[in-house]
Design a protein around this ligand. Sequence first.
Ligand SMILES: [Mg+2]
Length: 165
Amino acid sequence: MKNLYIDFDGVIMDTIGVTYDMLDRLEVDRKDPDKMKEFYSNLNWKQLLTLTPIINDGFNCLKKIFNSNKFNVAILTHVNSLDEAVAKINHIRKYFKDITIIPVPREISKTKICLSKDAILIDDYSGNLKEWESEGGIGIQFSRDLTKDKGFPVIDKLDKIIDMF
Ligand SMILES: [Mg+2]
């Protein structure tokens, strides 16, 4: 079985879309890393996750991936605070009792928290995928727009991974 790591924000749930709307309403400059860090660190993640839509049937797709018995699956998610990690774990546990969840401090590369060699990462952020591939891993980009050439195989629904390996 291949090790498969799946990003959370922008892949399973649309936390990016919801928080970017909030940032626009608050007129926060998204290019200012300090302001962004402050915003994400102070966010009420428990509340946010109850308001956030699931992307393209993400949790059901995860179940299908599990049931395929092709992968050792873990959710690999960057977090800005311990509160964010706790809220995400509690939220994911409403859907899954038995999935591995790995919260990664924002400042740390996803390649530095687990062994990326020969493992698959599904992520919406190409920067993470570039790092992953530079450490010998396999990068798959998640995007709701399949038309753009992003330099990685692109999927818009998580269960598409089942037939790729
Ligand atoms: Mg993401």
